[in-house]
Write a protein that binds this ligand. Structure first.
Ligand code: ATP
Ligand code: MG
Length: 429
């Protein structure tokens, strides 16, 4: 985020080149080869499955006004702010690289005047930025897939959002490694009652709590339930759960959601320790967790956030959604997707290059992956075809071309046959 300094042109006599050794930024990673295939397989699978649920893809800017992510709430500042990549641009505005998709999607809903056209069902994918301590499954630039239903207060929306996540995990072949943990936070009234109970309980253990938790105790005891501190966890284990404090509406909502999930066939484990500390969350909270990724075991997290759009100056708009880490899902894939294989078009000599170019273009127009090496004799080009994993080679010799045919060789079986040039695209499609 530093301003680039105008560089003095390096003295250059035409012989020497001044170079700077460049490095990737800590906590970032490149996607190349197998890691790229895993990554895009996750995204494409999610996109395809989300479309079957009726979600439409949105894209919003990678940076937003800082206020989109930090809306001046007491607690947001200490949770989110310390992880945010914020900077002041040349115009003096405070901007932030998005740490998550939901806030930008809600901002877009409001500023595009879509709060009158509800519900909106949004699929989203892209890079996110958080200043965290990099480790396995935790990066400073990472990627999420994300679905949101904006403008639906019905538990059917929660069920559909969760089912969509489950279907994506199934389509990726990782569902057997992942468990859906579900909880409810109830509505505001229920949460207020629960809050009192938590304050009463934690107050009796005040001395044993971590300093952070002691500070949060009065203001936001739900955050104590969420504490990662081992000492706190032991105390939290015996803390009251929200269930006795749910009012009629909240209990009915949660009951309906579980009924829908059972009907769809999504297996659920109830976990009363899943909470969200921010005021705009209500009712449903869930995570899909795995034991395969060590400490970074949450692959997908989500819930209902009925108050967020209002906090951004929009009308009351109940919403539910989730986000999943593409890197964590990529690591769970048992097999990397196979490298794509195509057709290698091979001119026997330079004289056949023009005809080969016509054929390679015709194959591409027919939607077939086809390549021609840029140089080399027949042998070199065959070697290159094998190296790139081509499944078929089309060999163009002088005499074949004269007869309007080509030799077509299956590179895995070695079988070879002659095919008329005019029929190539159709036969190989
Ligand atoms: P965690 O508890 O792992 O920090 P989180 O609660 O911050 O996760 P969310 O904000 O709910 O995570 O984001 C949803 C998902 O995005 C997470 O479940 C995880 O798979 C992924 N994710 C979050 N932060 C990172 C990161 N720094 N690097 C890679 N993936 C991440
Ligand atoms: Mg985090």
């Amino acid at each position: 985020m530093t301003e680039s300094q105008p560089r003095k042109p390096a003295p250059n006599d035409g012989q020497t080149v001044r170079s700077t050794r460049v490095q990737p930024v800590r906590g970032t990673h490149d996607l190349i080869g197998e890691s790229a295939r895993r990554h895009f397989h996750v995204i494409e699978t999610a996109r395809r499955v989300a479309a079957t649920y009726g979600f439409d893809e949105w894209s919003t800017p990678i940076f937003e006004e800082t206020a989109v992510f930090a809306r001046g709430l007491g607690d947001t500042s200490d949770v989110v702010m310390k992880e945010m990549y914020s900077f002041t641009d040349r115009g003096g505005e405070s901007l932030t690289l998005r740490p998550e998709a939901t806030a930008g999607v809600c901002r877009a809903l409001v500023t595009n005047g879509l709060t009158q056209s509800l519900p909106q069902k949004v699929f989203y994918t892209g890079p996110m930025f958080r200043y965290e301590r990099p480790q396995k499954g935790r990066y400073r630039q990472f990627h999420q897939i994300d679905v949101e239903v904006l403008g639906s207060p019905e538990p059917l929306a929660d069920a559909e959002v969760i089912a969509c996540g489950w279907s994506i995990l199934q389509a990726l072949g990782v569902a057997q490694d992942v468990v859906l943990e579900l909880n409810t936070l109830g509505d505001r009234e229920s949460r207020m009652a629960y809050r009192e109970a938590l304050i009463a309980y934690f107050s009796t253990h005040k001395e044993a709590l971590s300093e952070d938790s002691r500070l949060r105790l009065e203001r936001n005891p739900l955050r104590v339930v969420d504490s990662k501190d081992p000492g706190d966890k032991a105390i939290v284990a015996d803390a009251p759960t929200i269930h006795p404090y749910l009012n009629e509406h909240s209990a009915a909502f949660y009951g309906k959601l579980r009924e829908h999930l059972a009907r769809i066939g999504v297996p659920v484990v109830e976990n009363p320790r899943i909470v969200r500390g921010l005021d705009y969350y209500s009712h449903t909270a869930f995570e899909f967790v795995t034991s395969q990724l060590g400490a970074q075991g949450t692959v997908l997290g989500g819930g209902r956030y009925d108050g967020l759009v209002e906090e951004m100056g929009g009308p009351h708009t109940p919403c539910v959604g989730w986000a999943a880490g593409v890197e964590r899902l990529s690591m769970l894939l048992a097999q990397p997707p196979a490298a794509p294989a195509g057709i290698a078009v091979i001119p026997a000599a330079e004289a056949q290059e023009g005809a080969a170019l016509d054929i390679v273009q015709a194959l591409r127009t027919a939607g077939i992956r086809a390549e021609m090496a840029y140089r080399g004799n027949l042998k070199r080009r065959m070697e290159r075809a094998n190296k790139t994993g081509a499944h078929t080679a089309i060999i163009l010799g002088e005499s074949e071309l004269a007869r309007g045919v080509a030799q077509v060789k299956n590179l895995s079986t070695g079988d070879q046959q002659e095919i008329a040039l005019s029929e190539l695209a159709e036969k190989l499609a």
